[in-house]
Design a protein around this ligand. Sequence first.
Ligand SMILES: [Zn+2]
Length: 251
Amino acid sequence: MPRTSPSLYRPRGVVSWAADLIWPPRSLLSEAIVDRPGAIEPGLWSELRFLDAPWCGRCGFPLPSDEGLDAVCAACAARAPAYDTARAALAYDDHARRLVLDLKRGGRRDGLGVFARWMASAGREALARADFLAPAPMHWTRLAVRSFNQAAWLAQELSRSAGKPWRPGALVRVKRRKSQAGLSASERRRNVGGAIRASARFEGKIIVVVDDVFTTGATLEACARALRKAGAAEVHGLTLARVVRPTDILS
Ligand SMILES: [Zn+2]
């Protein structure tokens, strides 16, 4: 397990307690009042679908049986990804969707600490080897509208939790992409291809790219190509959630 920063467990300050009197902490998955920010009531907690081995040694897709670390899914066997491994904490179902949308559209930050702990566990092997973490980049025009990049929030929190540095500017998006919604895997690859560049040389570095959701892997693929071109030795992806569809095995 990665080293966990004691700062995550620091006693809560007077300001935080005072804020709770006005806005008591709510569950990340419902309107229920909980004892601390970032908590989830047990009934809904037990419904979260955490991902773990056995999974594809490359993309992290759940596999039906444990066939060893080198086992890969049919999609990766047909077309090896540019990244070394991809891991995610949760399957992207209705609960995970709510967590992700509250983070990315609502700018809700009280789950970041717990998300980082889940992600640190799912990506422990890659994090142990990593030189630094790099958030998946957002185009500046989108950043100007939204004012934050949720991937950067996750990378920053994970950096504290895993005790590894993070480099927010390592990857840049040079082309604003169209929305990925409704696009197939190959359309997504085309949409995002060439849109992401590395901002410097990263000769021999082992880099973990952090994002909120792995959908088809097109964004991670583009990040990995850019970082490899910049000299990276290994590129791993780590996300809060991952789309898991049976058709992924066949596509
Ligand atoms: Zn795979």
